[in-house]
Design a protein around this ligand. Structure first.
Ligand code: TA6
Length: 290
């Protein structure tokens, strides 16, 4: 355990006996599992937790954790003969460094270890920097370490947010953006609403969009900001009734208290990284009370 004037970092056994880093700064706290480099908790002192976790989530080495911020790499969605959303979220990441900044925020750096699944692709490395402070800042740095081959890769920080009641939530910031509607057979549509409301399953991959998305939560009287850099895709998801029931690690009624607004480069926005080049994506997550 290491501490400084305002913060503390502890290395503990979390749920399921999985290794977890607990970060406590003077103004916020977070929990990060080495399994999947999975941030499961972030809360600013005096506010409701920012991230949502399923009470039914598994915590074992072979399963993804349900909730928080799954790190989706090197593909997004389904893939023939492989598990959905890639393998990074079920690997044990290496803890590389922890640090404190002058403003009291604390950063944990994790690295995806080389693994057999990577052999099939252009060699790459993944470093992930989780900064806990006023906001939760997530920085994903992909490096193409090949000297002559390009790297084609998808990435997504699949953030689950706590809301008071999905029925009184409005998602703003995507008006005019084109999206792939996965609920109506992968139809290409354009967002016409200033405010997106969720009253059935919503599963949309918004394309070529770099703006901040806001989650207006009337019940918790707060606005969550999902700010980003180096990301062209935003995914909005709520499983609603049938899909909630179909997932073993998702409570039948839990869809009322969550919404995903995800930060990535997926589908038509997948990354093509040149030999020896790197790409950085940042998601900056926080809330302001109304
Ligand atoms: O990002 C939305 C989505 O792609 C949905 O289609 C749904 O499958 C969700 O991800 C969760 O996927 P998972 O593999 O974690 O159950």
């Amino acid at each position: 355990m290491s501490t400084n004037a305002t913060g503390k970092i502890s290395f503990v056994k979390g749920q399921g006996g999985l290794s977890m880093v607990r970060v406590e700064t003077g103004i916020s706290s977070a929990e990060i599992y080495l399994h999947g480099a999975h941030v499961t908790y972030f809360q600013k002192n005096g506010e409701a937790p920012l991230l949502w976790m399923s009470a039914e989530s598994k915590f074992d080495a072979n399963s993804p954790i349900r909730g928080g911020v799954p790190v989706i790499l090197p593909w997004f969605g389904a893939k023939e003969g492989a598990s959905a959303h890639g393998f990074a979220r079920v690997k044990e990441w290496a803890l590389k460094e922890v640090g404190v900044s002058a403003d009291g925020s604390m950063t944990v750096q994790l690295k995806l270890p080389q693994c057999p699944e990577m052999a099939a692709s252009t060699p790459f490395t993944v470093n992930y920097f989780v900064t806990v402070g006023e906001k939760l800042e997530l920085k994903l740095v992909l490096a193409n370490v090949s000297s002559d081959k390009t790297l084609e890769i998808e990435e997504c920080l699949h953030s689950y947010f706590t809301v008071g009641d999905i029925a009184s939530v409005k998602v703003r910031g995507l008006k005019g953006v084109k999206y792939l509607d996965k609920v109506s057979g992968m139809t290409d549509r354009t967002e016409t609403n200033e405010e997106i409301v969720v009253a059935s399953e919503v599963d949309r991959v918004y394309k070529d969009t770099t703006g901040t998305v806001e989650i207006h939560d009337e019940k918790l009287r707060r606005v969550i900001q999902v700010e980003k850099e180096g990301s062209a895709s935003t995914v909005v998801w709520n499983p609603w009734i049938a899909k909630s029931k179909a997932m073993a690690d998702f409570g039948d009624e839990e869809y009322h208290g969550m919404v995903c607004v995800e930060t990535g480069n997926v589908g038509k926005n997948k990354l093509v990284i040149g030999p020896g080049k790197t790409h950085t994506m940042v998601a900056r997550l926080g809330a302001s009370t109304q």
